[in-house]
Design a protein around this ligand. Structure first.
Ligand SMILES: NC(=O)c1ccc[n+]([C@@H]2O[C@H](COP(=O)([O-])OP(=O)(O)OC[C@H]3O[C@@H](n4cnc5c(N)ncnc54)[C@H](OP(=O)(O)O)[C@@H]3O)[C@@H](O)[C@H]2O)c1
Length: 226
């Protein structure tokens, strides 16, 4: 039996709420994780925090490093971008040269503050589509995690939530579905990158539900055979 080598993962803007959640989930199950930031100091602080949280959970050995965003993207096999929509394009421009031939996981929800509970998709169609257009077909952009609350990802317990995974390349979607599963959720092929618009729009609907019912709502796909 062969043992599959796990890809090295970079999380750009991995110091933030969603990036912290993904880092905890992936580091906890043995992935080598690089926390990317605009500054080395902030990345190091996030790594120190991650080590502390893992120690509290009884996870002694984790493989995690701190780097600036470009170095993180260069050193990784798969790169996730977890920055606000207003900084998505500028961050991608900075790391574009390091992404050729790689998968970029885009978690961006193109919210327009202050009316974040209203669906207001960008002219480019969706954040996922914008990323794919900006990076070109040499980069496999896969959109995922838009409908998962960072608060739930950061917790150590199970996640009662599914993830829609969109991207133009099926093999790239498969890789990201493995990472969704590693993070404790079910991931579903949800079509080409155009369809990222649906997951991104759904987040504003979830924000309405969160406010109305005082929760961190997620989505569930039903009707599947066991
Ligand atoms: N929070 C959630 O529950 C949630 C759920 C689903 C999807 N999302 C999406 O995930 C993404 C990140 O959300 P978040 O809540 O984690 O955001 P956040 O905590 O506000 O910010 C994430 C990181 O973005 C970086 N950043 C801030 N300003 C920047 C700038 N001007 N240029 C480049 N990088 C900048 C910062 O990293 P450094 O200062 O270290 O560079 C920051 O730690 C968003 O697109 C959001 O729509 C969030």
């Amino acid at each position: 039996m062969t043992t599959e080598t796990l890809p090295v993962l970079a999380i750009l803007g991995g110091t933030g709420d969603l990036g912290t959640g993904l880092a905890r989930r992936w580091a906890q199950v043995g992935y080598q994780v690089i926390i990317g930031s605009r500054t080395q100091e902030k990345a190091e602080a996030a790594v120190a925090d991650l080590r502390e949280v893992m120690a509290e959970r009884g996870v002694a050995e984790i493989s995690v490093q701190a780097m600036e965003n470009l170095a993180a993207a260069e050193a990784a096999d798969i790169v996730a971008i977890t920055v606000p929509f207003s900084h998505q394009a500028s961050t991608l421009e900075q790391v574009k040269s390091a992404l050729t031939g790689k998968i970029l996981i885009d978690v961006t929800v193109p919210l327009v503050p202050p009316k974040v509970a209203r669906v207001q998709l960008p002219e480019g169609g969706s954040a996922g589509q914008i990323a794919q257009d900006l990076l070109g077909e040499e980069v496999a952009v896969v959109s995922a995690f838009q409908n998962v609350a960072a608060a739930h990802l950061q917790e150590g317990s199970g996640l009662d939530c599914d993830v829609l995974v969109c991207g133009n390349k099926k093999a790239a979607r498969e890789e990201v579905i493995k990472l969704v599963e590693a993070a404790g959720m079910r991931g579903f092929h949800a079509g080409m990158i155009n369809n990222a618009a649906a997951a991104e729009a759904l987040t504003s609907v979830l924000i309405v539900i969160n406010k109305q019912y005082n929760c961190h709502a997620g989505i569930r796909i039903t009707g599947l055979d066991a």
